[in-house]
Write a protein that binds this ligand. Sequence first.
Ligand code: FAD
Ligand code: NAI
Length: 480
Amino acid sequence: ATPSGPYDAVIIGGGPGGYVAAIKAAQLGLKTACIEKRGALGGTCLNVGCIPSKAMLNNSHMYHQTKHDLERRGIDVTGVSLNLPQMLKAKDQSVTGLTKGIEMLFKQNKVDYIKGSGSFVSPTRIAVKLLDGGETEVEAKNVIIATGSEVAPFPGGAIEIDEKQIVSSTGALDLQEVPKKMVVIGGGIIGLEMGSVWSRLGAEVTVVEFLGGIGGAGIDEEVAKQFQKILAKQGIKFKLNTKVMSADKVDGKVLVKTQSAKGDKEETLDADVVLVAVGRRPYTEGLNLEAIGVEKDNKGRIVIDDQFNTSVKNIKCIGDVTFGPMLAHKAEEEGIAAVEYIKAGHGHVNYNGIPSVVYTHPEVAWVGQTEQDLKAAGIQYNVGKFPFAANSRAKTNMDSEGSVKFLAEKETDRILGVHIIGLTGGNAGPNAGEMISEAVLAMEYGASSEDIARTTHAHPTLSEAFKEAAMAAYQKPIHF
Ligand code: FAD
Ligand code: NAI
């Protein structure tokens, strides 16, 4: 076949990394195509990740709050019941609306959307097996690989995912019934978010985590402890320092065998549904990378340099399929920077300024270094903490769990990390996930905690807790 193109840039994968790169490339005047095999744009994040999970988190929270939290606020409601099919439908509608939106943006920006699965024939030529049948080839001056990640299977094949009774996050976003008992394997972000959803909807949830703390990589240990206490109060049970060995379907139940991390205690838990949330792994199947010599590391990640170049000239790589945290906004930033390298020869991502947010209730959000990082690096620092229980608006909203914690360099007062746990409810504006952006911005501009402490924050707002934590890091807060 005669290849279409030649394109200035072809992006393989239409997730947050790939679609953002495609739009940016077109905006910068590059003739651009994006190849996506899912049949919908937005990747993992939009189709089976960030967006559907946030729809379920928001609506399960509203259900739970209406049922258990309104009475003390002077609102009597009776006959509250769950309509799960409608809640799932609302989730599906938010996904469809947004994926269609990206298709519109592609049209507006003149990105060619090629629906099919891409495979390298040579570094500049890609064969595409089209979803509608047939094949085509595209010619590219530059290629960006943005093929993302997939659910990591349980090691050794000891647990088989059927997406009905033993589910990954994908199945957990679409359970047709609230399980009576749910066991979650892995106390990382997926385990805690999806565990929260089904716990609020009525399931008895037990999270089994191999490590001594929850929240996954990068969370501040003190925050993780506080977080676990709050979730436990909400009814989620935790088994830490405990490893799941196997899960087997027996008489309509799943029997989960666990072993203490030390190996001296074994236990069998029974569940109606088991969620396997032990991480994700890079996805490169079918790309034919071996044939063109694109190098991968021992974890299957595509190896890149600091300008997103793979080992093959004119092929770049971004997002979950390469190094770094598997986060949508990280993939997006890399998408833009990689395109800027192609167009102008320079681009930039500040890996120290990538926030993490766990969208539970309360939310947990952080950016920069943790206390354990600073201790390990031998950096002298000041800590400034302020609890939401001392913030007037949080008190007024009757939603005052959690705190803001600043970590600032002792000698210079430069902000090194900010860790927030708290807020979501009361439908009252900023929560940890929104508030963390102020910290990210401050760090991007090299601010000190005094800079924040001397910045006026409106009263009464939750953000005053942010300011007062900064005051605590540099001198003293007023209200605590
Ligand atoms: P992906 O989104 O995985 O997109 C890659 C795309 O490439 C896919 O659509 C795939 O079909 C396509 N593709 C692969 N191979 C080919 C090929 N050969 N040809 C054509 N197309 C191909 N991150 C956050 O920041 N916030 C969150 O709240 C959040 N929540 C999440 C919740 C869940 C349940 C999960 C699973 C993940 C969540 N994440 C979240 C992580 C986030 O989804 C990923 O970090 C993000 O999607 C990575 O983007 P990407 O573009 O690198 O890859
Ligand atoms: P994760 O790596 O964050 O957590 C997995 C947890 O499982 C770890 O704490 C690990 O110790 C534990 N584990 C592994 N094997 C175990 C065993 N046999 N028994 C008990 N525990 C075991 O991975 P997770 O939660 O699956 O998430 C994958 C990725 O998706 C993350 O990298 C995250 O960045 C991304 N994500 C981001 C979200 C957000 O930003 N809000 C939401 C959901 C996912």
